[in-house]
Ligand binder design. Structure first.
Ligand code: PMP
Length: 427
């Protein structure tokens, strides 16, 4: 059976291909695998890179200014740590806060603060009327969950290699005055790996919008490169100020995929007015962040060069895994026209589009064969992928040999699902 694009096969040839895929799938099921490609977690080998955190700060407890970090206080976070990340995040140290252990918590709480109290420049709390957020798709399911829990309506916006479709954004902002926010992952987007172009960023900060409209600028993967080709960091705060909308972007980031997820440090950066607003809100919530954890991070990473060197060690572990994804899809899917996928130069994910209508079935077949994949649809608000085509691949966690086995099995499940889908459309 010679591979050729499934969609072009006549029905007899498609049936033949289907039988071959079904046999391969039976073998796969009989192998009794138990593999997991669901979440973007660092592997144990990556976590090992930060194990000095387990013994730091080794009895020390003062910052450079001599402050005793064991005590309450210091709501902005450690200046030395903010200095390490300021350049990579393109946020001036004075406008960058180092806070708790999770940027997702900060995004959640920021949106809650805005709903309850409003934001600088806004007259009313967001919750004074029904509101909406723009959500570039495919996107990050945990962003969608925050909005869904707060009753914020999500409006999907198509996106491409340069970021969200600006014409669509402009026309939605013009016609829908309920829009108060937009989720953006500007560098190595989850899941496509897209990097927003400067043109897109300039448009996002300058398009006419409500005074209390905010960009949730989730720069989770700013330093997570997988190749030597590095996007020039874009200074979204400066561009927004230049455009006369200094308060529009709220920048979030964390060390979750630099050191330890859950035991790292999260950052918030914004205009002086927004930073003051944030500190005011946080002051009702906490008497200061965990500064000893921040000190450990300063001692581990040391400076911007130390951070870059640390990220190179991650890259060395991750690059072969992303290469394995590309190789598996190229070898198994491409000959059958079985999908298109992204080749990110950074971040944690690959976005795969299979033939329309086959994604849910493919993920189900993979699951039944012991290969867990992020549920199809998760990359769209309300789990609703209108084409039922997108699957997010998270290759970072499993060791390379397990990853290779899982990808091969996933391809078997995808091909069977696609042949089934095409055949049922011809019935
Ligand atoms: N934002 C994005 C885009 C992510 O992919 C992730 C982790 N998968 C997070 C935020 C979570 O960050 P944190 O651990 O800082 O809460």
């Amino acid at each position: 059976l010679r591979p050729s694009p499934l969609a072009d096969l006549d029905t007899a040839a498609l049936r033949e291909a289907h039988s071959a895929f079904a046999r391969a799938y039976d073998d796969l099921k009989a192998a009794g695998l138990k593999l997991d490609l669901t979440r973007g977690k660092p592997s144990a080998e990556q976590l090992d890179l930060s194990d000095d955190l387990l013994h730091l700060p080794d009895g020390r407890y003062r910052d450079a200014a001599g402050t005793d970090l064991r005590n309450y206080g210091g709501p902005t976070g450690l200046a030395e740590l903010r200095a390490i990340f300021a350049d990579a995040l393109r946020v001036p140290v004075g406008q960058l806060l180092a806070l708790g252990n999770s940027s997702l918590t900060l995004m959640h709480d920021t949106i809650a603060f805005a709903l309850l109290h409003g934001v600088p420049g806004g007259e009313l709390p967001w919750s004074s009327r029904p509101i909406s957020f723009l959500a570039p798709v495919p996107g990050y399911d945990r962003h969608f969950t925050i909005a869904e829990r707060f009753g914020i309506r999500l409006i999907p916006v198509p996106s491409d290699d340069n970021g969200p479709d600006i014409e669509a954004v402009a026309s939605l902002l013009e016609t829908d005055d309920s829009i108060r926010g937009m989720f953006c992952v500007p560098v190595y987007s989850n899941p496509t790996g897209a990097v927003y172009s400067e043109e897109v960023v300039r448009a996002l900060v300058s398009l006419p919008a409500a005074d209390d409209f905010r960009l949730i600028w989730d720069n989770a993967y700013a330093v997570h490169h997988l190749s030597d080709e590095r996007p020039e960091p874009i200074d979204v705060l400066a561009l927004a100020a230049e455009a006369g909308n200094p308060d529009r972007p709220l920048v979030f980031a964390s060390t979750s995929k630099v050191t330890y997820p859950g035991a790292g440090v999260a950052f918030f950066g914004a205009s002086p007015a927004n930073v003051e607003w944030m500190l005011h809100n946080l002051s009702a919530q906490s008497i200061g962040p965990d500064k000893l954890n921040q000190l450990r991070h300063v001692e581990l990473l040391r400076d911007a060069d130390g951070l870059a060197a640390h990220m190179e060690k991650h890259r060395a572990i991750l690059e072969p895994k992303f290469a394995a994804v590309d190789a598996a899809f190229r070898e198994r899917l491409a000959p059958w026209g079985g999908g298109t996928w992204t080749a990110p130069s950074g971040g944690y994910f690959v976005s795969l589009d299979v033939l329309d209508g086959a994604a849910k079935r493919a993920v189900q077949l993979a699951k039944e064969a012991g290969i867990a994949v992020t549920p199809a649809g998760a990359t769209f608000p309300y789990g609703d992928d209108p084409r039922d085509a997108n699957i997010r691949i998270a290759p970072t966690f499993p060791p390379l040999d397990e990853l290779t086995t899982a990808l091969d099995g996933l391809c078997t499940a995808i091909l069977l699902a696609e042949a089934e889908t095409l055949l049922s459309a011809r019935d």
